[in-house]
Design a protein around this ligand. Structure first.
Ligand SMILES: [Zn+2]
Length: 433
């Protein structure tokens, strides 16, 4: 179902709205946030210089570091009394990245999430269990308000407490599951251990997954284990939270609400804007945020854009699956390696399951890449020959893609670590040795 007319506008009409809103967003940022004023002044740019969407290129980028340096409230463009909600995302330095919302921002956020969930087919007939964390993290509350706007019956479970989670899912006849893909897989495994068959005993028919990428193999596994439609959505607290983009029922890229966001793809090294279809870093400008204007935010996520009209009837630009982070590139023996490359190789091998670990160590002066994988089925454990063949296959495929040889360890099904939040699958241990 299409929630808003704005999702189906012609390019010309959407661009008209974008330009008008962009001009306002730039003014609001320049006039109220010293960070933006300084950035503009440093390149001799005035808000009046922005007269076309093309002019957006002149605006300096905003980064996560800007949020850190302006902790906690210096990015806000409105007096604190107009802020009705604070959220934050955890940072490695201990201080969270702080974001704030006005009353109107919360309304906009609910509207955007309502669009994303409607795109998957969720309606007011559904009962949705939100198994994202509630709290400073934007996942729980973000989805919650959008679901309520659609009229969905919301079960605000938060993450963890898996057995109770499953019990309520069964008792409440929950039809929609909302969490990270890795947690959903964990839920399926725990359910099976409890003697509950997610396919027969639960009524989940749609899964909205976010917080981490949904690989095609994890999608396939979730769809077959729960008998559901597994969709992926995208957001981050700096831009608002969940609701920036999401897949429709056709699962062909995540629709971005272009009346609220302008998406660009840049070369992460040069900052140059790349044409449609090329892979680069996603940069987002928020057009309607009041409390916290965000101009050309560098998400560090690598993806590409597709402007073709979708089968669902939406005309909004779609972002493809995140291919990795511009800053999580590993350099192993001088070779650039993205964990997503390893993931797609593993996905293509049917004997192995969706869980894996990438471990980088140093032996003497040499980097070593070890990949721990898990068998999809215990039956492959029967002969040593069989294991050897799987290991050879993985090594060979990885070598072709990465140009590197690696050590493959094969574990029994269900033995690698599971995560209730974001999966941490890469361990670079080189600094510790
Ligand atoms: Zn679509």
């Amino acid at each position: 179902m299409i929630w808003s007319r704005e999702e189906t506008l012609d390019r010309e009409d959407i661009e008209k709205i974008q330009l008008e809103r962009l001009k306002n967003a730039v003014k609001r940022a320049y006039n109220n946030v010293p960070l933006y004023r300084n950035k503009f002044d440093s390149v001799n740019l005035k808000p009046d210089d922005i007269n076309s969407l093309e002019d957006l290129k002149k605006v300096p980028f905003t980064t996560k570091e800007d949020f850190r340096e302006n902790y906690p409230f210096k990015m806000f463009a409105v007096p604190k009394k107009e802020i009705i909600r604070i959220h934050g995302s955890s940072g490695t330095t201990g201080k969270p990245t702080v974001v704030g919302y006005t009353k109107k921002d919360i309304e906009t956020w609910s509207e955007l999430v309502a669009r994303v969930i409607s795109a998957t087919g969720v309606t007011n007939e559904d009962t949705a269990q939100v198994a994202f964390g509630y709290g400073l993290f934007t996942g729980g509350f973000g989805l919650h308000y959008g679901l309520e706007k659609v009229g969905v019956t919301v079960v605000p479970m938060s993450s963890g407490n898996t057995e109770k989670q499953i019990m309520l899912m069964k008792d409440f006849e929950t039809t929609v599951l909302i969490c990270t893909p890795s947690y959903a897989l964990h839920i399926a495994e725990v359910a099976e251990k409890m003697g509950i068959d997610p396919k027969k005993d639960l009524k989940i028919k749609i899964g909205l997954f976010g917080g981490e990428g949904l690989s095609e193999s994890a999608r396939k596994e979730l769809e077959s284990r729960f008998l559901m439609l597994a969709t992926s959505n995208y957001g981050m607290s700096e831009l608002m939270g969940p609701g920036v983009s999401g897949e429709c029922e056709y699962k062909v890229g995540m629709h971005i609400s272009e009346d609220h966001f302008i998406a660009e793809i840049i070369d992460p090294k040069t900052g140059e804007v790349l044409p449609e279809g090329e892979v680069g870093e996603l940069v987002i400008t928020a057009l309607t945020k009041e409390a916290l204007p965000v101009l050309r935010y560098r998400t560090k996520d690598l993806t590409s854009l597709n402007y073709k009209k979708c089968k669902c009837g939406r005309t909004t630009v779609r972002m493809n699956k995140i291919k990795g982070r511009s800053d999580d590139m590993l350099i192993i023996r001088g070779v650039n390696v993205f964990p997503s490359q390893i993931e797609s190789v593993l996905e293509s091998i049917e004997e192995i399951g969706p869980h894996y670990e990438i471990i980088v160590t140093k032996k003497g002066h040499m980097d070593e890449l070890t990949i721990n994988i898990e068998l999809a089925d215990g039956k492959f454990l029967e002969t040593y020959r069989c294991l050897e063949q799987i290991s050879k296959k993985v090594d060979h495929k990885l070598k072709t893609v990465l140009g590197l040889s690696s050590k493959i360890n094969i574990a029994q099904p269900r033995t690698l670590e599971r995560f209730e939040g974001k999966a941490r699958r890469v361990k670079d241990l080189r600094d510790n040795e």
